[in-house]
Design a protein around this ligand. Sequence first.
Ligand SMILES: *Cc1c(COP(=O)(O)O)cnc(C)c1O
Length: 390
Amino acid sequence: MTASDSLVAGGLAASAPTPDFTPASGPAASRPVLTIDLDAVAANWRALQARSGKAEAAAVVKADAYGLGVGPVARALRAAGARTFFVAHAAEGATLRGILGPGVPIHVFNGFMPADLDAFRGADLIPVLASPFQVRALREALPALGREAPPKVGLHIESGINRLGFTPAEIDALRAEPPSEFDISLVMSHLASADEPGNSMNARQRGAFTGRAQLLHGLAPNARLSLGATGGTLLGPDFHFDLTRPGVGLYGGEPFMEARTVVHLHAPLLQVREISVGDSVGYGSTWTAKRPSRIGVLGLGYADGFFRLSKGLQLHLDGRPVPLVGRVSMDMITVDLTDAPEPAPGAMVEVLGPHQSVDDLAKGIGTTGYEVLTSLGPRYARRYVGGAAG
Ligand SMILES: *Cc1c(COP(=O)(O)O)cnc(C)c1O
């Protein structure tokens, strides 16, 4: 893809080089710094909207916008043009309502559970009802909800992933006893293997979704249809229907390979020490120097969401790889700086950024980008650049 192609595609994301957000040198820091590039979030949404063709691209901001901070992220997405939002929990929806104000549709994937009545009442949320239990529960809660118009709801139908959603038999039961007290504005399902374009499960689920959604057409003539998350958006027009629901791609994660980097994480160098052959480093003495070595102690540990099982990982100092050595402790990690230029305390070492993406790190430790993002800890100094923060 050339630069101009990506512009035509609404891309912008594709060919822009990743900026280096190493925190400026000032007084030496003790805390790791998490930098979130809101312009990259906005560019990723625009690119996924372009990839959604005629469908509308919604924005999934559950789990505190995948750990990045729902306030700044949702405002940046709204400013970029996102008009429809999804969260997982009603409480997340209530928080998001406070951020976005009235009028923007906010859907709750986990549907309606009776304990969430207050959140639904106060924040005008749209539950994506996923079972006969939830339909009954919402019916019973209607007087307490106190809405004049029939409340908008979504329906989640099962198409093969076997998590949430109405089975064919439950769809039949729903048709036999239509929930006419609701305004069904969305009919959706979720793909199990959308990150694998060649997986035949995708076409099977698409077929099941189309057939089952048609059965509901009489009950929900105006409902919009939605099947694809980030992966489904990238599978092409057959998977777009009326609304796509990208999440991880907005935040720079796979399978959206052209995504712009959103997350930059730097850890401060607290101390540098010289050790001799045979000296060991860290709890359990798991690493022993085979040559005279210079060890850097960084202020970042598993209490910051950094994975304890990070053996073999590399970080970067001024663009040069520095290997992690010894165990990850609660507040510290240690790196081998023997081959790095002599760094001073306060130097910031890149953990995530242009040299190591969220997915690179995930692969290094045997997990997914989703888990790396949602594990980012609350102890970081957080810095938002671009977007609404600009
Ligand atoms: C989390 C979620 C999404 C977003 O998925 P990504 O893979 O992050 O794009 C979409 N739909 C449902 C039902 C989800 O739970």
